[in-house]
Design a protein around this ligand. Structure first.
Ligand SMILES: [Zn+2]
Ligand SMILES: [Zn+2]
Length: 219
């Protein structure tokens, strides 16, 4: 946040999709230090409770039940992932819509439905299937990543983008790229092909640096 010129003191809430450690490390300290409530499903809370410590506030989320925070409307929807009650989010504000889909093993009709008509899409492009299969992960982990409740490959990400792209789509952010089993160029090429003539700007999120602030309001 500091690196992109934003102060954590302006934070109003923390939303968590599921309990896997790459998503919750630091959640307890941030919520405590800035006195902000945590929003996640009961299932997520149950699974991470031991590692969180005291929370200044907790608001339970349920798939399909939107929450309003300031001028944001945040709707969680269920995702196919090997966690307890995992969700992803659709965020709406001032007539703009941002569709998020990371940590999911397959592209379901519900996911495609939730991401329709978005101004910006934040989608997972986790791995290249050939790199994963030829790479150093143990056999069981390779199977887990590729399972129906694992992570989206570049191709599956492309499927999702092809199904959700429309003339009004302005920005696509590729997220949750594996540093071991993917290459940013492969993820981007596949996503661009899937988008076809759609002129959306593309940004690749990195694990080791913040993504720049993006304006998705109409030109
Ligand atoms: Zn996960
Ligand atoms: Zn994850």
């Amino acid at each position: 946040m500091a690196a992109i010129g934003r102060d954590l003191k302006g934070l109003d809430a923390v939303f968590v999709t599921h309990e896997h450690s790459d998503h919750i490390r630091g959640v307890g300290p941030v919520c405590r230090k800035y006195e902000v409530p945590l929003y996640c499903t009961e299932g997520t809370l149950r699974r991470m409770n031991g590692s969180l410590g005291r929370l200044p506030g907790f608001i339970a989320l349920s798939a399909g039940e939107p929450r309003v925070i300031g001028d944001l409307r945040v709707e969680p929807y269920a995702t196919p992932h090997d966690a307890e009650e995992p969700v992803a989010f659709v965020v709406e504000s001032g007539g703009l819509k941002l569709g998020h889909a990371t940590d999911l093993g397959r592209v379901t009709a519900e996911v495609v439905g939730k991401l329709q008509n978005a101004d910006a899409l934040l989608v997972e492009a986790n791995h290249d299937v050939d790199m994963l299969n030829a790479g150093p992960y143990p056999w069981s982990l390779k199977k887990r990543v590729q399972s129906d409740v694992g992570h989206l490959s570049n191709e599956a990400c492309g499927e999702l983008l092809a199904a959700a792209c429309h003339d009004g789509l302005k920005t696509v952010v590729l997220m949750h790229l594996s540093e071991t089993n993917n290459h940013p160029d492969l993820a981007e090429i596949t996503a661009r092909q899937a988008l076809g003539d759609c002129a959306a700007a593309m940004v690749l999120a990195r694990q080791d640096e913040p993504t720049r602030l993006m304006d998705v309001s109409p030109l």
